[in-house]
Ligand binder design. Structure first.
Ligand SMILES: [Mg+2]
Length: 373
């Protein structure tokens, strides 16, 4: 029988303690799209401490449901497997946890739980090496163009949309995203037209349907949107409808963007091989962490496809900066209440933090005060 070869013990960073907790963050403003309202961000935290006293923090989120299920999965199923593992072998730990929970993977709750662990391990790695995430994970560049979603929610009036877009433009931001999916297509067109007229041809306008449409309806609306020179049409159809995306991508000149509702590397592969998406929007929390996020970004690169991560700008700024094929970072400030310093934005670009680890400056007192589990 083949004997396993033991790695050098002196390079191990055994995990000695893992803490998990939950915080509810109420959004600063109403956020509504075609299928849902973002009522609260259930933020699930994992702190991992190694034998040498290094502590890394990871997190995941939901937009209102399932947070306690993620916390329970961590406490019951994942944390007991972590103690004693080598924090430097992130891939080995990830695979161990994934296969140990295979009866519920791939699935949203398991992916979110895995993500919080994986991000904590990357935080440990960065702090141990004294390197920020953007350098550690590839180091393509230290800044990423930013587009704003905060001024584009579906409940906002046309006047408010225009005001939001013009404000972003004055700040030097290169893009804005508007939610679509009003009951009548003409309403969507009227809102988009008003914004395009206000900002002129040089600003990127993305639109997001949040999976609300059928193929037939998406094809119809994409046709109506064509003259507006949109940068992308995001989640026109349910993420499960790969065939619909293939047909839609072939029927419109507007690039199709997907990814925030895709939970595995192999599901992204399906989209890429089928030519079903022109832009990918991987979300490190929903995918199971930084480790699979980087795989998706590199896979996209092999297909000559760009990535623009979904949400989580405080983390994704560093990942987008790490890879060569990220085009945009999404601006939705959501951690303000529990961070001591915010992301730096210069000339419409978000700067990746230089502090070691994942670079989020958590406000521990604020987190403690908001803990609900
Ligand atoms: Mg979206």
């Amino acid at each position: 029988m083949r004997q396993p070869i033991t790695p050098d013990d002196s390079l191990r960073a055994p995990i000695r303690r893992v803490d998990t907790y939950l915080v509810d963050l109420i959004p600063e403003r109403p956020r509504t799209d075609a299928i849902q309202a973002f009522t609260k961000q259930e933020t699930i935290f994992v702190d991992i401490e190694t034998d040498d006293g290094m502590v890394g923090t990871g997190y995941a989120y939901t937009i209102g449901t399932g947070g306690r299920a993620v916390l329970e999965m961590l406490r019951n199923d994942l944390v007991p497997l972590l103690v004693g593992q080598d924090a430097n072998q992130i891939e080995a730990v990830w695979q161990k946890l994934f296969w140990a929970t295979h009866g519920t993977a791939v699935g949203a709750i398991t992916s979110l739980a895995l993500a919080a662990v994986d991000i904590a391990l990357w935080d440990v790695r960065g702090k141990s090496l004294g390197q920020p995430l953007w350098r550690l994970a590839g180091g393509a560049r230290n800044s990423v163009p930013l587009y704003d979603t905060e001024g584009g929610w579906l409940q906002l009036s046309t006047e408010e949309l225009v005001e939001g877009a013009v404000t972003s433009q004055k700040q030097g931001w290169p893009g804005v995203k508007l939610k679509v999916g009003k009951p009548r297509p003409e309403e969507d067109v009227e809102r988009l037209n008003a914004v395009r007229e206000a900002v002129g041809p040089a600003m990127d306008i993305m639109v997001d349907a949040n999976q609300s449409m059928t193929y037939a309806e998406a094809k119809r609306r994409a046709h109506l949107f064509e003259p507006l020179d949109l940068y992308w049409l995001e989640e026109p159809l349910p993420a499960e409808d790969l065939g619909g995306h293939v047909q839609l991508a072939a029927s419109t000149s507007i690039p199709i963007a997907v990814g925030e509702s895709i939970y595995s590397l192999s599901h992204f592969r399906e989209y890429l091989t089928a030519g079903a998406a022109g832009i990918l929007q991987p979300d490190a929390a929903r995918l199971g962490g930084i480790t699979p996020w980087l795989k998706v970004a590199h896979l996209a690169e092999a297909f000559n496809v760009k990535v623009a991560p979904h949400f989580l700008m405080e983390l994704h700024v560093s990942l987008a900066a790490a890879v060569p094929n990220a085009i945009y970072l999404e601006h939705i400030p959501q951690l303000r209440k529990i961070m001591r310093t915010e992301i730096e934005i210069v000339n419409g670009q978000a700067l990746a933090p230089e502090s070691p680890g994942v670079g989020i400056d958590w406000d521990r007192e604020a987190i403690s005060a908001l803990r609900i589990g």
